[in-house]
Write a protein that binds this ligand. Structure first.
Ligand code: GDP
Length: 170
């Protein structure tokens, strides 16, 4: 049995790498039964979190493309203890949408543990937003910033370790 269990929602515009991030972190272990029951992609992963000296069981939910229609259901947010707000290095709209995602999370879940993720840093030569602008956004929204490359598995588990630590403080 696990001492600690956190539901984490991964939000951001379509195409930023949310599904890839969840699958990468959970190594593709799907809970098909759950999907059949409530119709969402849901994965879980246990990871030892150094800062807590404890194993944490992360329950990850994927929006499965529903974000395109602003149709993410209450079920998706219910009981979430932490949230990733992701945008892509190569998609300006996804960056501009970040404050809106934070507001949405606060409206649905309150002031839960959150962080900002700039994904696809392997495509930095095609960046549509400067490092300064990204850092300014993180400061303004008071979110810790992680730069990830889900494709090469860079900084992904760090994001979840941080969220567990922050969740523990709240
Ligand atoms: P979602 O719509 O936010 O769930 O995004 P997906 O996980 O479906 O990813 C959208 C596309 O971005 C896919 O083709 C992924 O392979 C690609 N992708 C995800 N992460 C990265 C990354 O770190 N680097 C690059 N170059 N592509 C990525």
């Amino acid at each position: 049995d696990f001492d600690r269990e956190i539901k984490v929602v991964v939000l951001g515009n379509g195409g930023v790498g949310k599904t890839s991030m969840i699958r990468r972190f959970c190594k593709g272990i799907f809970t098909d039964e759950y999907k059949k029951t409530i119709g969402v992609d849901f994965l879980e992963k246990a990871q030892f979190v150094d800062a807590l000296q404890e194993e944490v069981r992360f329950m990850l939910w994927d929006t499965a493309g529903q974000e395109e229609f602003d149709a993410i259901t209450r079920t998706y947010y219910r009981g979430a203890g932490a949230a990733v707000i992701a945008f892509s290095t190569t998609d300006l709209d996804s960056f501009k949408a970040v404050p809106g995602w934070k507001e949405k999370i606060i409206a649905e879940c309150g002031d839960i543990a959150m962080c900002l993720v700039q994904n696809k840093v392997d495509l930095i030569d095609q960046a549509v937003v400067s490092a300064d602008d990204v850092e300014a956004m993180a400061r303004q929204l008071q979110l810790k910033l992680y730069r990830t490359c889900v494709k090469e598995n860079i900084n992904v588990s760090e994001v979840f370790g941080y969220l567990a630590e922050l969740h523990n403080k709240k």
